[in-house]
Design a protein around this ligand. Structure first.
Ligand SMILES: N=C(N)NCCCC[C@H](N)C(=O)O
Ligand SMILES: O=C(O)CCC(=O)C(=O)O
Ligand SMILES: [Fe+2]
Length: 378
């Protein structure tokens, strides 16, 4: 039998089996015991009549999942599996169109040193860059509409954010694409809100107060700072990677290179392809395959939650290597802070993590712009 220490990449079902084996063995193995990602039912935070205790129980499991993995499966979100299947199917239909059709919604040139650096619309195969390498993927990004109200525009002025402005470019094929996605985005926003609400409870930040402002540190601090969430819906198409892997040599081709997500929480919906999304465990060397569970989202926390919690919860590194069968489709929804939200470590979290803040703080918009530009010119 392969020992767990020899295993580099394991699947959730393998991990479950290992956990089962180690639980039934008389003496536990001395090697690393890898658990599977936890499964969390969020319904208590979506249902207004749920009990205080039900919410506390869920919050406690969220705290453990965020501290141990930064990733978990999410159920109880209320979106029927048939709707999730439709979302994947519509994205798949779009990617199967001829390139000339897809290029009708190609992202605009926002005026950067290279063309096509707007952030909204279709991005062709290999155009997205991670860690200086081309990702083997094509995608569409839909962002929250740019808000020109003085409150939002006042932060830095919209003219400095050309990349993120402009209208969303929606596919007109399949015809129902836009209406189905608009409806799905509204549902995802509610789930994102429930999740950050639960996270405030999980961190024990103290009860909400009616006179609280954006910066008041209580359990609703994430809810207030996401009330105009600068969310992103990204539909991604991944062809199977072609170059053969050479035993003992580094992996050089990625469907999506190793990265962390930028904001608060990602709700990842993916088709049934196994072995593609890999999550780095706390040991810093074991990659866990986060294979899809039908009807569940894979959720992970982003950089802004790591910063707010002063590193108590980390935005976990992950990557995609698709060498399985078929053309893989995934649709992550990124629920993020308001563009103008000032994000700096929460006092209570600084105290509980040794007293040194990990960051001096800046706005989510500044953090996002730095990341988005890396996707082009890195
Ligand atoms: N909004 C998010 N998370 N988009 C996906 C991030 C993929 C990594 C990105 N190219 C990078 O280098 O950061
Ligand atoms: O396709 C996936 O499974 C994950 C994609 C991802 O991590 C991202 O786009 O941020
Ligand atoms: Fe990601």
């Amino acid at each position: 039998m392969t020992t767990m220490a020899e295993l580099n990449i394991i699947t959730v079902s393998q991990a479950l089996k290992m956990e089962y084996l180690s639980a039934t063995m008389d003496t536990p193995p001395s090697t690393l015991v890898v658990k599977s990602l936890p499964i969390i039912d969020i319904s208590a935070f979506l249902n207004p009549s749920s009990t205080f205790q039900a919410r506390q129980d869920i919050a406690a499991t969220i705290d453990r999942a965020c501290a141990d993995y930064g990733f978990f499966y999410l159920t109880g979100h209320g979106i029927p599996t048939s709707r999730l299947d439709e979302i994947i199917s519509l994205a798949r239909q779009f990617f199967s169109l001829p390139l000339s059709e897809k290029n009708k919604i190609k992202r605009y040139d926002a005026g950067g040193p290279e063309g096509g650096d707007g952030a909204r619309g279709y991005q062709g195969m290999g155009e997205n860059i991670t860690l200086g390498r081309r990702d083997h993927q094509e995608a569409i990004d839909i962002y929250r509409e740019w808000d020109h109200s003085p409150k939002e525009a006042g932060q830095g002025g919209p003219s400095t954010h050309k990349t993120l402005q402009g209208p969303n470019l929606w596919p007109t094929e399949p015809q129902e694409f836009k209406s189905v996605y608009l409806d799905y985005i509204e549902q995802c926003k509610k789930i994102g809100e429930a999740l950050v609400r639960a996270m405030g409870v999980a961190l024990n930040l103290g009860p909400a107060a009616p006179d609280a402002d954006q910066n008041t540190e209580n359990e609703e601090v994430f809810v207030r700072n996401t009330d105009r969430s600068f969310w992103v819906m990204r539909m991604i198409g991944y062809p199977k990677l072609q170059t053969p892997l050479v035993e003992g040599e580094d992996i050089t081709e990625f469907s999506c290179g190793e990265h962390t997500d930028y904001g608060c929480v990602t709700l990842l919906l993916a088709d049934s392809t196994p072995g593609a999304l890999q999550v780095l465990l706390k040991d810093g060397k074991t990659w866990l395959n986060a294979d899809p569970i039908p009807g569940a989202f894979v959720v992970n926390i982003g950089d802004m939650i790591e910063r707010w919690t002063n590193g108590k919860w980390k935005s976990t590194r992950h990557r995609v290597i698709h060498r399985g069968d078929g053309y893989r489709v995934s649709v992550p929804f990124f629920y993020e802070p308001n563009f103008s939200a000032m994000v700096k470590p929460l006092r209570k979290c600084v105290e509980s993590t040794g007293g040194m803040p990990v960051h001096e703080g800046n706005t989510y918009g500044e953090h996002l712009l730095g990341k988005v530009f890396n996707n082009f010119y890195n």
